[in-house]
Each structure stands twice: as C-alpha cells, then as structure tokens.
Ligand binder design. Structure first.
Ligand SMILES: *Cc1c(COP(=O)(O)O)cnc(C)c1O
Ligand SMILES: [Zn+2]
Length: 434
C-alpha cells in the first residue's frame, strides 16, 4: 500500500495518488495531507536504526530529515534525493533565558543551524525531492523570506530552475541576498502577496512549475522530523511543552502531525503540549483561539518587525487549530518590545536568533507569569532562524534606534552600544577598567 494524499477536511477525506501535482483538494478546496500505511518495523527497531545512522557517512543518513525516512516514506526510491545535510540541529540549554522566561530550565532547539539558516530547509529537501520525482524542471514560491532562500539553494543543488516571486516594495535584504546568490530567478511583481500567489498558481498550471509555498504538503512532512530528531536527542523523553512562533502555521501543523503519528505508533507515551506565539500585529490565530465561535478572520495589514511571522492570512490555520487542540496547547501573542528584549536575552546566552524566533521566549515569559506554564515545566523552545538573517534589526536595537512599525520607539533594555575611543592606550585602559 503506497502513501497517498488525503483531504484534511473531515467532511471530505477524499484520497488522491501521491504523484498528483495538486496543492488543494480538487473536490472541496481543503488542505491536503500525506497519509502513510503503518511502518513495518517496531518503534524499538526504528529507534535503534536511527541511532546507528548517526555514525554513517552516507549522505542520506547524515541528513537530520532523511535519517528518519521511515517517518516520511512518500518516495519509492531515494536515488535522486538532494540533501545539504539539513537538520541535526542542536539542543542548547540556556540558563539566563530560562530565568528571564520564569522557568527553572529551558532548552532551545536551534533550527538556525540549518544550511540556509532556517527550518525551511527541513521541509524544502522533501518538497524538492517530490518535484524531482514528478519530473518537474522548475520550482517556484512567493516569499521575501526564508522560504525563498531555502528553495533557491535546494533547487540549484538539485539542478532545477528556482523562481522566486517577491511582492513589490517588501524586501528583506539578508534573505533576498541568499536567493540571488543561490541562483534563483527573482521576479518582483507589482502586487501584494495574495495577488501574486493567485498569479503563480495560474502560471504553475500553464508552465508545469511545481509550487513550493507553505501549502505544499511535502514540506510539512520534512518539518515533522524536527520533532522526531528532538525526541531522539532526548532519548524519547517528551518535554511538557514545545514552544514555537506562528506565521503561516505550517510548522505548527508539522509538529502536531509528528506528535500524533509518534504517539499513535507508540514512540512516546504522552503528548507534549504546543504553545504557539504570534506577534501582536499579526495574530489572527490568537484571535481565533480567543473566540472560536466567531470563526477565522484574516488580518488585512499585518505589521511586525519579525518579518518571518508577518502573515495576516495563514494558509495552514485549519490544520494548526486541530493540532493545538489535539495537544492541549495554547496560543499567545507578544509585543514588538517583548520580542526585542527576548531576542537580546537569547543573544546574551551566546545563542542568538532572528526576531520571529525570539517570540518564543517572550511568549514563555507571559505564559509563566499567567501560570499557564509552571516554573518547573520541561520546556523546549524552537528557534526557527539564524541571528544573521536580520543584522539591521540588531544594530538598531543595540544603538537605541529600533522603532516598531507604528513608529513607537522600542526601549533597548539590553543595549550593547559600540564605543568610539581615541588611539590612546591610557584612555582605552582607563575605559576598560572603569
Ligand atoms: C517561516 C518562519 C516562521 C513561521 O513559520 P510558519 O510555519 O509559517 O508558522 C518563523 N520563523 C522563521 C525564522 C521562519 O523562517
Ligand atoms: Zn476535500
């Protein structure tokens, strides 16, 4: 029995061959999920096999995604898989961040250690593998951010043409620079994100381009391995909480699916709870959880300096809603000031991350203050992107020049100003001593 695509909507659940190049259910328009028959091996056997693969020099085994390929078995053959050795990111204890967050202990799972600097690589290796398997020559996404950086790298590594569509006047230079350097054809179109997405869907159909936006169900599969690897690193001891930032909510969908599958197969005896953190200016999922009866309402002008979570109409919200409910999870929102301060604290741990990632620690601080998370809880927070993604933000923060999107000043409580001194040993010595 091969893997299949299945419609996410309860009232539909239509099934489609795994080789259909579709992104939504052709019957009802619902989101698609990859469905698998149960694996042949037992959890104990797989845990042993996965641990052994860590000592292997085979490229597939060195990947923190494909090492766990029994959890993402949608391919018939692994011959053409392209890996940049994504995944195997560290679990880093961070005592100062724990104290700041109101916890006795806190561990970061740092996805910024990935080849292009974000967790998008975990998903992209799977999305590109599916593009190759379908015989596509071109792949595309609409993004100004980490998705375009990651897709550009994996497309080039796979010998595919990568096409990045950028909404007009909305450029993040660190990430755009990566897309250019990795060789993606980069098109700036005078339209907003949603308009361009509609355009690209039409073009994809017409020109045979494979879409690697966050709606792509194979990217979600790859992102599941973040959870598999984290549990493997913890000797299959589940934490009480897993905290992550929420933008398009693909990662929330992926983490929840991974936990459900691992729990269902008997890899773990209990489910950790998910805590999803959004930025105040882009918090439609938070609003939904607050008043579910009112239904989902997109935010038409999302605003936050944490550009990776500046999403007003997250495509994966129905999946995320189910996963948060299934895990007994919560959703919190945090201000620009709270994100900025939490980010500086993570930096002071010698760890660092991009602004969206720091929403995790800001959210933890609020959730411990409200008593939702207890101080003694076992918490893993996922840092989604690398510190160097957004150096401009950092420089402004530390020099006291960071402003929120509405123009409000952000107070640099943890500023670390560079100092200008004359070429004079006595003066410099005096400065350093006191
Ligand atoms: C994509 C991204 C997010 C948001 O993830 P979603 O799956 O869209 O919710 C958060 N942080 C970083 C660094 C990202 O690149
Ligand atoms: Zn359907």
């Amino acid at each position: 029995m091969p893997a299949e695509l299945i419609c996410f909507e309860e009232r539909c659940r239509a099934r489609f061959p795994i080789t259909d190049a579709i992104y939504n259910c052709p019957h009802c328009g619902g989101l698609l999920e990859v469905w698998y028959p149960p694996p042949a091996a037992t959890p104990a056997e797989l845990k042993r096999i996965w641990r052994e693969r860590r000592t292997s020099n085979a490229p597939l085994d060195q990947s923190g995604v494909w090492r766990y390929r029994e959890m993402v078995p949608f391919l018939e053959s692994y011959d053409r898989v392209v890996t940049l050795r994504e995944g195997h990111t560290p679990l880093l204890p961070a005592p100062p961040a724990a104290t700041y967050g109101g916890l006795d202990a806190l561990t970061f799972k740092h996805q910024g250690f990935n080849p292009t600097g974000s967790f998008k690589d975990n998903g992209m290796t799977c999305g590109v593998a599916q593009a190759l398997r379908l015989g596509m020559a071109r792949v595309a996404c609409v993004s100004t951010g980490n998705t375009s950086a990651s897709m550009a790298a994996y497309a080039s590594a796979a010998g595919l043409a990568g096409i990045v569509f950028i909404p007009h006047g909305n450029i993040s230079y660190g990430k755009l620079a990566q897309a250019l350097e990795y060789g993606a054809k980069t098109l700036q179109v005078e339209a907003n994100f949603d308009q361009i997405l509609a355009l690209v869907r039409t073009l994809a159909e017409r020109l045979g381009i494979y879409l690697l936006n966050s709606i792509n169900p194979f990217r979600i599969e790859g992102q599941k391995t973040i959870i598999v690897e984290m549990l493997d690193q913890r000797d299959w001891n589940p934490p009480d909480w897993i905290v992550l930032p929420g933008g398009n909510l693909g990662n929330t969908a992926a983490f929840g699916k991974a936990l459900r599958e691992l729990h269902g197969l008997g890899f773990i005896a209990r489910m950790p709870r998910l805590a999803v953190i959004q930025a105040e200016g882009a918090a439609p999922f938070y609003d939904l959880m607050l008043a579910p009866a009112r239904g989902f309402h997109a935010v038409s002008h999302p605003e936050t300096l944490a550009t990776a979570i500046k999403i007003g109409d997250p495509v994966s919200w129905p999946k995320a809603l189910r996963e948060v409910a299934c895990s007994g999870g919560v959703v919190e929102k945090v201000s620009e000031q709270e994100i900025a301060d939490a980010k500086a604290v993570i930096g002071r741990c010698g760890i660092g991350c991009e602004p969206a990632s720091a929403a995790t620690l800001a959210g933890i601080r609020k959730l411990t203050a409200s008593g939702t998370i207890s101080a003694s809880a076992d918490v893993v927070a996922v840092l989604t992107g690398n510190l160097l993604k957004d150096p401009d933000y950092i420089y402004r923060y530390h020099t006291g020049k960071l402003e929120a999107p509405d123009g409000a000043a952000i107070h640099s409580r943890f500023a670390n100003q560079p100092v200008v001194l004359p070429n004079d040993a006595d003066r410099i010595a005096a400065f350093l001593q006191g």
